[in-house]
Design a protein around this ligand. Structure first.
Ligand SMILES: [Zn+2]
Length: 71
């Protein structure tokens, strides 16, 4: 008989606190997101601050671009 008493701790790292999105003011109405290099208007930046953006075409290795497919 298997004693199934495993208590698996739920360690889900929540990313709820996305508060510190970084914008650079290009001009009075233009904001540039330093994460994805997107340029937005003030309203667009306010909306973009509530979304999750990723760096476009990052360096390599973080999100598992495994190139060993030919083995
Ligand atoms: Zn962004």
């Amino acid at each position: 008989m298997t004693t199934g008493g495993r208590a698996v701790p739920m360690q889900q790292s929540r990313n709820d606190e996305v508060v510190g999105k970084i914008f650079v003011a290009l001009s009075q109405d233009m904001r540039k997101c330093l994460i994805c290099d997107g340029v937005f208007t003030r309203q667009g930046a306010a909306e973009h601050a509530g979304t999750i953006c990723q760096p476009s075409a990052g360096d390599s290795g973080i999100y598992g671009g495994s190139d060993d497919a030919d083995r």
